[in-house]
Design a protein around this ligand. Structure first.
Ligand SMILES: Cc1cc2nc3c(=O)[nH]c(=O)nc-3n(C[C@H](O)[C@H](O)[C@H](O)COP(=O)(O)OP(=O)(O)OC[C@H]3O[C@@H](n4cnc5c(N)ncnc54)[C@H](O)[C@@H]3O)c2cc1C
Length: 383
């Protein structure tokens, strides 16, 4: 299957891709089953990735980063998807890193970024609460100023990297009487060591099983006031809105790459499997359906490349990122479902990568902003 060539790829990125592929083959793939069972990756994976230069590839060098661009991050996301790796929530870690890059004070950047880039700290962001997810303005977690600290009370759920989190951004209300303007982002460093912080269950999911997804509880969690992200209270909602295009593109890149992997697995299968004396690939139904999926994936790739270049140029707007997020994840789910059908009963067996791709895909339409919210954001630009 010929993939469309991405305009942003160059020789240096091709070499980088080889290194990422090797890292995943040696440090991740052999352990996936074990991580799936216990629902979290080895903590050491983060420091190994840091040492291998795979964290914060687009963080400025003055903060310990490699000074690359978002294209380096895209290469890693694509290689993770190609290998069927969803246990390592590196995308979330990088989203958190970029909150610090984009919203932190110079002192906060110096304090936290080198540790995020080395893997000494694992990043997590806690927005969703049991009572509210899509409607972020309705968060109830409260942060009250108490001398030189904030006292935080509330609870969060579905938090990726919640188990290993070393730097946790908590979305909370510093002014409960206000909606968007009452929200601030406050960082808890090494939260598990702090009194007032409790981690709940690791949540059982239908897919992405090796990725830790946790409930978190705060009961008078005391955090230094200097950990308020940025210069002043009430900026949280705007900080979130600024970073969301990046988060949405990260999801979209993974979606297209995972669907490409599904199509490759399927092609390998239908070339070999026989029914009624013919290879499955010889049935016109197979040929036409797979030709259609290949066409859709080519369109997806071209759109991703467009969005990626816009992000690198600082021009990716919220509506375009929302289009990428909903369309690519919708296509991922449709394509993986259709591919699975060609495997017959084997497609339902977890030992076949297509089954895992199917289970891992579903959540992509839900997190990072449900796809309905994406359409709402796009529709607002049509008014
Ligand atoms: C595996 C996993 C990992 C996650 N990781 C994180 C994380 O790291 N940090 C974090 O903060 N959160 C995380 N989440 C939470 C995720 O972002 C939320 O589940 C998501 O935003 C939806 O919120 P909700 O579950 O409260 O659904 P609700 O807000 O209750 O929405 C339910 C459904 O209602 C519909 N809906 C809602 N609002 C509208 C509307 N305005 N118009 C039309 N339809 C609407 C949509 O279909 C939506 O799916 C994760 C979730 C999962 C499952």
């Amino acid at each position: 299957m010929k993939k469309s060539d991405s305009s942003w790829m160059d020789e240096e990125l091709a070499l980088f891709r080889d290194n990422v592929r090797k890292f995943i083959a040696t440090e991740i793939t052999p352990f996936e089953e074990q991580w799936d069972e216990r629902q979290y990756v080895d903590r050491a994976l983060w420091t190994k990735a840091g040492t291998a230069g795979l964290l914060g590839t687009d963080v400025p060098e003055e903060y310990g980063g490699a000074g690359g661009t978002f294209a380096h991050e895209a290469v890693i996301l694509q290689e993770q998807a190609r290998a069927g790796n969803t246990s390592w929530a590196k995308g979330v870690h990088e989203i958190v890193t970029h909150y610090i890059v984009g919203c932190g004070t110079p002192e906060q950047k110096k304090r936290w970024l080198p540790k995020l880039v080395s893997g000494e700290m694992v990043g997590a962001i806690a927005m969703t609460e049991p009572g509210t997810g899509s409607d972020l303005q309705a968060v109830r977690t409260r942060a009250e100023r108490d001398g030189d600290s904030y006292l935080i009370n509330g609870s969060k759920t579905f938090i990726s990297n919640g188990h290993h989190a070393g730097l946790l951004i908590i979305v909370c209300k510093t002014d409960p009487a206000s909606a968007a303007k009452g929200i601030s982002l406050i960082v808890a460093e090494h939260p598990t060591t702090l009194p007032g912080f409790k981690r709940g269950r690791l949540l059982h999911k239908i897919g992405q099983k090796g990725q830790d997804t946790a409930e978190l509880f705060f009961e008078n969690l005391r955090v230094p006031a200097e950990n308020l992200l940025g210069e002043r209270e009430g900026q949280g909602f705007y900080q979130l809105m600024n970073q969301l295009p990046r988060e949405r593109l990260i999801i979209a890149i993974g979606a297209i790459a995972a669907a490409e992997a599904a199509l490759e697995h399927t092609l390998a299968y239908v070339r070999e499997r026989k029914a009624f004396g013919k290879r499955l690939l010889e049935f016109q139904n197979t040929r036409f359906r797979l030709a259609e999926r290949h066409t859709e994936l080519t369109l997806g790739r071209v759109f991703i490349d467009h969005c990626l270049q816009r992000l690198i140029d600082g021009q990716l707007d919220a509506a375009t990122a929302s289009m990428a997020k909903w369309w690519c994840t919708q296509k991922q789910c449709e394509i993986v479902d259709e591919c699975l059908q060609f495997f017959g009963g084997y497609g339902y067996m977890l030992e076949y990568p297509i089954a895992r791709l199917y289970a891992d895909a579903r959540v992509q339409k839900i997190y990072g902003g449900a796809n309905e919210i994406m359409k709402e954001l796009i529709a607002r630009t049509l008014d």
